[in-house]
Design a protein around this ligand. Structure first.
Ligand SMILES: [Zn+2]
Length: 256
């Protein structure tokens, strides 16, 4: 039985949709202490959370948005419970998945303590990933709609704004533990003479906020990078290459 450390946050309200998604984040802050303080602060001010995410001339008393998550997992694998799963926590911000804009209303948010891109993208310790896997298994057991296909990155649901949990997050290891998906190469002939439309169709099918424009617009590029960050982390340049096209089809097949 997984143990949770109670660290209640007042930052939540009522859900307006049934739970059918889990969003993974990195905290992107100095350490767990600062992240827990921010995620439980009912009136956060800029001066209390100095960091690369805000300009140096921000007034110390400038109000920040109230944020939270259901869980925080620290580097040692300790799991903090901040908001009861039944309530809507405030972790996804402006986001969209499968055409639905209120991602917070339908998701459980897990913040994984990691400095992220602003702090050199540190590795995720094994103990921390073991705890994330255990937590996901617990959540699946509580909510029948949730399974390996329903776990996404913050960067998936907000590709224009977010890059977390980042290209070093071990999605394949999660998939091997049965709590995420990972595509295998599929044997097929790539024969589309309109690869951009094909890419847009597959991205939208998976859930990304992409419109079928037929050309490489900004939203498509950002979603493609989010997809690569998750499924082909060795090259996240946003190119429409054959490997990416195969992987898009492979992920689509898992979800079909
Ligand atoms: Zn995030």
């Amino acid at each position: 039985m997984t143990r949770y450390i109670q660290k209640p946050s007042p930052n939540f309200d009522a859900r307006t949709y049934p739970i059918d998604l889990i969003v993974l984040h990195y905290t992107g802050m100095q350490n767990a202490e600062v992240a827990l303080a921010r995620l439980t602060d009912p009136a956060p001010a800029a001066g209390a959370y100095p960091g690369p995410w805000q300009s140096e001339d921000a007034a110390p008393n400038a109000p920040l948005s109230r944020v939270s998550a259901h869980y925080v997992v620290d580097e040692a694998g300790r799991i903090y419970s901040l908001v009861p799963e039944e309530h809507r926590a405030w972790h996804a911000g402006v986001a969209s998945w499968e055409g639905e804009g209120d991602v917070n209303a339908r998701s459980i948010g897990i913040e994984i303590v990691n400095g992220g891109h602003d702090f050199g993208l540190p590795d995720f310790p094994d103990a921390q990933i073991d705890a994330v896997i255990a937590l996901l298994r617990d959540i699946f057991a509580r909510w029948p709609r949730l399974n390996a296909e329903r776990v996404v990155a913050h960067s998936d649901v907000a590709p224009a704004r977010k890059a977390d949990p980042g290209e070093k997050f071990p999605w394949k290891r999660l998939a091997e533990a049965g709590v995420s998906i990972w595509p295998e190469h599929v044997a097929l002939q790539l024969n589309s003479d309109d690869p951009i439309s094909e890419v847009q169709q597959e991205l939208a099918f998976i859930g990304y906020p992409v419109t079928q424009t037929g050309y490489m617009d900004e939203a498509t590029k950002e979603a493609l990078i989010a997809f690569q960050r998750r499924f082909r982390p060795s090259d996240i340049g946003g190119a429409v290459d054959d490997e990416t096209r195969y992987l898009l089809i492979a992920v689509g097949r898992i979800l079909r």
